[in-house]
Design a protein. Structure first.
Length: 257
């Protein structure tokens, strides 16, 4: 864990003061409660106000209340929680159909985080857990999510001059090779990973969209090598697309898969 930034910690301390009381505070009250210099409190309150995290309280000169930006962040967090709950239900249905392990994951920087998981019904199955983080370029869900990023954002996350981490001998480690691969993923609308994050597992994945049509997650089906066959892949891809489409519909998306 990196070093904490004092100014950020103090700003968050100010915001958390609003969790108690009547919902409004003045700079002198903040100064007293946090035992901070008046100048520091003034600068932090001014910055938080400019960014929409605080706003002057109507009819109460010199007092502040929480701004709309906090609501926007809270709403985004709530949507993610809904995504996890709905994803778990859809993952269960898909797993019941194919008998394999199903995940739903989101992208965070250059990693994927699994927010929902249903185990295979077979004795031999993938060992994983919701909350696990993996390098996006080594997974089907991650490649699906990276492929849907705007080009400038993808370049910022995956620069050409930085080799990628290998998890197995099949992992893609060259950024330019990954970009060529992602172009094919984008064209097909389905991602495939063959023993790139785990030498004993292969996966297929499809994108999950929200009400605005934005890709917010991906749904994957993971299959142990002993049950993975090229002739089975098209059916798994179709099922992943269908499951991702079902989850998208639950999130309010009304477009075609």
């Amino acid at each position: 864990m990196g070093r904490q930034v004092p100014a950020v910690s103090r700003a968050l301390d100010i915001l958390e003061l609003f969790l108690d009381g009547d919902g409004t505070l003045s700079p002198p009250e903040i100064t007293r409660k946090l035992d901070l210099p008046r100048t520091t409190v003034h600068e932090l309150v001014s910055t938080l106000t400019a960014r929409g995290y605080l706003t002057p309280a109507s009819g109460q000169p010199g007092r502040y209340r929480l701004g709309v930006r906090n609501y926007q962040l809270g709403s985004q967090y709530a949507e993610q929680l809904d995504l996890a709950a709905e994803g778990q239900q859809v993952a269960f249905d898909v797993a019941q159909t194919c008998g394999e392990t199903v995940h739903v994951a989101i992208l965070e920087d250059t990693d994927v985080i699994y927010i929902a998981k249903v185990d295979s019904t077979h004795a031999v199955r993938m060992v994983s857990a919701a909350g696990r983080r993996l390098p996006a370029h080594c997974t089907a869900v991650g490649k699906m999510l990276l492929a849907m990023l705007p080009p400038q954002e993808l370049d910022a996350r995956i620069p050409d001059d930085r080799p990628l981490r290998a998890m197995t001998e099949n992992s893609i480690t060259a950024p330019r090779e990954l970009r060529r691969h992602l172009a094919e993923v984008r064209r097909r609308g389905v991602a495939v990973e063959e023993k790139e994050s785990n030498p004993d597992v292969s996966c297929v994945a499809a994108p999950v969209r929200d009400a605005a049509g934005e890709v917010v997650a991906a749904l994957s089906i993971s299959v142990p090598t002993i049950r993975w066959a090229r002739e089975r892949r098209p059916g798994l891809e179709e099922l992943a697309v269908k499951g991702a489409g079902e989850l998208s519909g639950r999130l309010g998306h009304r477009g075609a898969p």
